[in-house]
Structure formats: structure tokens, C-alpha cells
Design a binder for this molecule. Structure first.
Ligand code: SF4
Ligand code: SF4
Ligand code: ZN
Length: 273
């Protein structure tokens, strides 16, 4: 099994996973979206809210603000020694106090731990008219996307099979498939159609080329064959800013490895009786 990284920065990464079963590729996707833990606001104490939003709506919007999460800094509250009370090991507190007129921004959330500040300060929460006010205290805890989407560190997390496109010997070079391809994967070289190696990964497996070829009356079988490699997958991951995208991948692999080891231990214990 191999992971080949094609692009990575803090916000996104794109990589090719080779030599893996579809079930493993799906495990990686699920682990990234639903198992990598991050902080999110879970309870809000509202002291004053004369904005146009109901308290519940305001709390909901606060819950969706991505908060920077350093791995290992906090523990899930249900595993903490404080037994759900909330302490420095499991909980981050925020205060926010804004008076209108003006916008309440995510940067107005002031954390007791600066490392757990909102990932972006430019997220609008609610617009206040003159005389309107929002004064709150909020508490963020660590959890995963399995529990609620607000703990999901990815905004995009998907994969597709690696495309395989080939041209048959009975191709007459009419070029119909080239015109039909929306991703410009194919091009004509003289009277021959070729696959542009640099654009192959852009192929969406839509098969419009296949249909265009059949529509030329070439016969029962198209001269272009579209398929995919069964053990090779192109992943695209985007982070909401709480955790850098390459870090989400690294943590997801650690989670899968730990699960595998746990399963292996359990099976050994059963085998030993
Ligand atoms: S399957 Fe679609 S994207 Fe891929 S080469 Fe054919 S027309 Fe282009
Ligand atoms: S449409 Fe078919 S015959 Fe025409 S160039 Fe494409 S593959 Fe060849
Ligand atoms: Zn605690």
C-alpha cells in the first residue's frame, strides 16, 4: 500500500492511495470525516441577546465556528477525571460581548486558551442594529464527527477510483470523443486519439466519450474504453481550518492503525482462550 501526495497545504490535500481495497479507502475517508477529534462549542450561556436571532440559533451558529485544535492538548470530556464537570484538560471557555451597531464576528470570541481561538476571525455570527447586544459565555469540548457534524474537521472529504482510459485499434480518428469530453482528457494527434497523461486524473468517468463514439455508428463496441483501477483511489480533502488537512490524514491513519492493533489483540486473546 502506498500514499502519494500530490498537493498539500494547511487547507487542503490531494493524494493517491494505491494497492488498497475499496473497503480500506472508505475506512480512511470515514476516519478523516468522523473519527479525528476536534474542539467545538457545545454549550452557551446567554446573558444578553437582543439581536435578531433566537438564542438557539445564535448557539447553533457559535457551535459551527471552527476552533484550532492541537492534537493531544485536550481529552474528551467523558474520559476526563473531572467526570463531566469541565476542567482545563477537557474544556475551553470563551467570552463574547458586543454591542451594535455592527457585525458580531468569530474573532469576538475570546478563549481562555489562545491556542484554541477560532480558525478564522472573519466568520459573521449575527448583525446587530443600534442598541442591540450579545453577551455570552461558551464552552468548547473535544469530540468527533460521529457525534455531530460540528466536530467534523473536513468540509470536503472524498475519493474516486483512479481512471483508466484506452483507445482501441479500430478507432478511425474522427475526433467525436475529443469534442464530447468535458474534462479535456483526450486530444487528437494527427488522425489518432490520445489520452493526455497530465489530465487523466481529471477524468470523471462520465463516459460521454464512449457514448459519442457509439453515436458515430462505429458498431456495437465503442473504440474508447473507460474504466478504473480497482485498487487505486484519488482523495481530495479540505479542512475547515481547525486542523491542517495533512494532519487530518495523519491522525486518521493512526486511528485506523490503533483500531487494527486493538482488534488483533482481542482476536489473540480469544484464540488463547
Ligand atoms: S469518461 Fe468523461 S471525462 Fe473521462 S475521458 Fe471520457 S468524456 Fe472525458
Ligand atoms: S469517437 Fe471513437 S472512433 Fe472517433 S476518435 Fe474517438 S475513439 Fe476514435
Ligand atoms: Zn475535565
Amino acid at each position: 500500500m502506498r500514499i502519494e501526495c500530490q498537493h498539500r497545504d494547511e487547507h487542503s490535500c490531494r493524494f493517491v492511495l494505491s494497492g488498497a481495497l475499496p473497503s480500506f479507502a472508505n475506512s480512511v475517508r470515514r476516519a478523516m470525516a468522523a473519527e479525528v477529534p476536534k474542539l467545538a462549542i457545545d454549550s452557551v450561556g446567554i446573558y444578553d441577546n437582543t439581536s435578531g436571532l433566537y438564542d438557539e440559533m445564535l448557539a447553533h451558529r457559535l457551535g459551527l465556528v471552527p476552533l484550532r485544535t492541537e492534537e493531544g492538548t485536550y481529552v474528551p470530556i467523558r474520559e476526563c477525571t473531572c467526570e463531566g464537570q469541565g476542567c482545563d484538560r477537557c474544556t475551553v471557555s470563551y467570552t463574547l460581548s458586543v454591542e451594535g451597531p455592527g457585525m458580531v464576528w468569530s474573532r469576538d470570541l475570546i478563549p481562555n486558551d489562545p491556542e484554541a481561538a477560532p480558525a478564522s476571525g472573519d466568520i459573521p455570527i449575527v448583525k446587530l442594529e443600534k442598541g442591540q447586544k450579545v453577551v455570552i459565555e461558551a464552552r468548547a469540548i473535544l469530540s468527533t464527527g460521529k457525534e455531530h457534524a460540528k466536530w467534523q474537521p473536513t468540509t470536503v472529504c472524498g475519493y474516486k477510483n483512479y481512471p483508466r482510459v484506452s483507445i482501441d485499434a479500430h478507432c478511425d480518428g474522427c475526433g467525436a470523443c475529443v469534442d464530447a469530453c468535458p474534462r479535456r482528457v483526450l486530444h487528437l494527434v494527427g488522425r489518432k486519439v490520445e489520452v493526455d497523461g497530465e489530465r487523466l486524473e481529471d477524468c470523471s468517468l462520465c463516459r460521454l466519450c464512449d457514448k459519442a463514439c457509439l453515436a458515430t455508428g462505429i458498431g456495437e463496441n465503442s473504440a474508447i474504453l473507460v474504466g478504473s483501477e480497482p485498487d487505486r483511489f484519488i482523495f481530495t480533502v479540505e479542512s475547515d481550518g481547525a486542523i491542517p488537512a495533512p494532519e487530518i490524514l495523519r491522525q486518521s491513519i493512526s486511528i485506523i492503525r490503533a483500531r487494527g492493533e486493538e482488534l488483533s489483540r482481542a482476536l489473540s486473546e480469544i484464540a488463547e482462550g
